[in-house]
Design a protein around this ligand. Structure first.
Ligand code: ATP
Ligand code: NCN
Length: 203
């Protein structure tokens, strides 16, 4: 019998944008995934030098952005786990919740390029298959990753980034169509990214 195939899209999602959603949708289609679970990070240890919005804001924006897609889910495993967020813990928790499933961790090629420096990197390859999304024409070459552990997939909409969305919101420029409409409204309602230094907080 075919095992359920679950995509796992981890990210800070500060804010979630259409690049993330397009990547998840493209990977779901290419890998015949039954669902994609978006997992907002709790405390991203690797972003300690940078201000990150409170986890509940990032979680709620992710829920709003994914609500219309019946195959998209959102998990609180990373934001509810104390301590810094590492993918090895994310995958362990999701495996425990769905021991029957085959996991596909979806990530940007830029992030995959750093993956050998991630916590317990050697364990990751047995826990999930990794899908690295790249912009068209971009070739990824990383030494040290086991043969077949990572598949590269070209996706459109790669030019969108959370950094650019935050800067636009801070400068009063539009983020319409870069993020889902509900997320535009959530950012405005809660005054996120206005005066980045004052309104976002370290977690
Ligand atoms: N436009 C995009 N298309 C596809 N994948 C993306 C895109 N932007 C980010 N990703 C990937 O989504 C995951 C979560 O990314 P993250 O939440 O850090 O967003 P980001 O836009 O890269 O944020 P920031 O600009 O703050 O670094 C990462 O694996 C990242 O590589
Ligand atoms: O496990 C690690 O050491 C690790 C180091 C850097 C990033 N990650 C994961 O990679 C995903 C994307 O991270 P980011 O910084 O691009 O939002 C997110 O799920 C992180 O938890 C994981």
């Amino acid at each position: 019998m075919r095992r359920p195939r679950i995509g796992v899209m981890g990210g800070t999602f500060d804010p979630i944008h259409h690049g993330h959603l397009v990547a998840a949708s493209e990977v779901a289609s290419s890998f015949d995934l039954d669902e994609v679970v978006f997992v907002p990070t709790g405390k991203p240890g690797f972003k300690q030098h940078q201000k990150v919005s409170p986890a509940e804001h990032r979680y709620l924006m992710t829920v709003i952005a994914t609500a219309s897609n019946p195959r998209f889910k959102v998990s609180r495993v990373d934001i509810d786990r104390p301590g810094l967020t590492y993918t090895v813990d994310t995958l362990r928790d999701l495996q425990a919740a769905r021991p029957d499933a085959e996991l596909f961790f979806i990530t940007g090629a830029d992030a995959v390029a750093q993956i050998l420096a991630w916590k317990d990197a050697a364990q990751l390859w047995d826990m999930a298959h990794f899908v690295a999304v790249t912009r068209p024409g971009h070739r990824m070459q990383i030494d040290g990753i086991p043969e077949g552990a990572v598949t590269t997939l070209e996706v459109p909409a790669m030019a969108i980034s959370s950094t650019d969305c935050r800067r636009r919101a801070e400068a009063g420029q539009p983020v319409w169509y870069l993020v889902p409409d509900g997320v535009v409204q959530y950012i405005a309602k809660h005054g996120l990214y206005r005066g980045l230094r004052d309104d976002t907080s370290d977690e």
